[in-house]
Design a protein around this ligand. Structure first.
Ligand SMILES: [Zn+2]
Length: 284
């Protein structure tokens, strides 16, 4: 259990712009200095905020301000590495795609070597033909469809705004568990796609479909476990999650759910309803 990272601390680089020197540590300040030394790319950040705003308005008929968007990225429903990824993607801080157009003699690095198209974040997360995104989104949709019928058409704006969805109940109030579940699965999946891309492009690795499938299943199981642990009021106090909300968030998407007690929070071995791919993987 202890290897599950709960990632509940606030992310200082974008929550606390003015930190008293005495309260920080060297690692934190280094992080901030590295960030501040990067040239701000205002235009692309504004355009990404607008992408999120547009798609959230289109799907959910909800007008979101910049601060709502930035707050949604800080949601602790999303694990910290994925929060950092989304925040950097909002700022286009990654050296991908069109970034290389301005670097003499290295323009080719901006092209996807499989698709021969600019390797933008949108291309990586949603369009690329390399094994990864397609398998992962198919699995994500399958899990969602175990409980919910319509899976939205994914765009970069919706992925960056994944913690800002406004699903509503039939009575019109916010459907917290559904919104939460979307944020969890979308952020987990996009961050895995990004990691697999980096392992391939920077590390020269190739991935089999079985490996990708099984890594996704393992990450979702670990997200489920994280939310089970977060119901511990004694350990997490005001940061703890309501038991009922966690039960409701994962209801309908669990493995062998009929065999579980109504309250399975303290049960060991609760798993999501999509199983590892045992073909060719040696798992069994
Ligand atoms: Zn590609």
């Amino acid at each position: 259990m202890s290897q599950i990272s709960l990632d509940l601390e606030p992310d200082v680089i974008y929550t606390n712009p003015g930190i008293p020197l005495a309260s920080g540590n060297q690692r934190m300040f280094n992080k901030i200095l590295v960030f501040l030394s990067q040239k701000p790319v205002r235009k692309s950040t504004i355009s990404n905020l607008d992408r999120v705003r547009f798609i959230i308005a289109e799907i959910f008929d909800f007008a979101s301000s910049d601060s709502m968007i930035w707050n949604s990225i800080r949601s602790t429903n999303i694990r910290r590495p994925a929060r950092n990824f989304i925040w950097k993607a909002m700022h286009e801080a990654f050296h991908v795609g069109l970034f290389w157009d301005h670097v003499q003699h290295l323009e080719h690095l901006g092209l996807c070597s499989e698709c021969r198209l600019p390797e933008t974040m949108e291309h990586i997360l949603l369009e690329c033909a390399f094994p990864g995104q397609q398998i992962i989104w198919t699995l994500t949709k399958r899990l969602w469809n175990m409980r919910w019928s319509e899976w939205p058409k994914l765009t970069l704006g919706l992925l960056l705004g994944c913690a800002l969805t406004k699903y509503r109940t039939l009575r019109g109030s916010q459907h917290h568990s559904r919104n939460r579940f979307f944020a969890i699965i979308a952020s987990t999946s996009m961050y895995l796609i990004w990691n697999i891309r980096n392992e391939r492009v920077l590390g020269g690795r190739t991935h089999t479909e079985t490996e990708i499938h099984n890594r996704w299943v393992a990450l979702l199981n670990s997200a489920l476990k994280r939310h089970q642990l977060l119901t511990d009021k004694i350990r997490f106090g005001s940061l703890s999650r309501k038991r009922q909300l966690v039960l409701e968030t994962w209801r309908g998407v669990l493995h062998n759910e009929d065999a579980l007690p109504e309250d399975w929070i303290n049960c060991k071995g609760v798993l999501v309803g999509i199983r590892p791919d045992t073909q060719n993987s040696g798992i069994g």
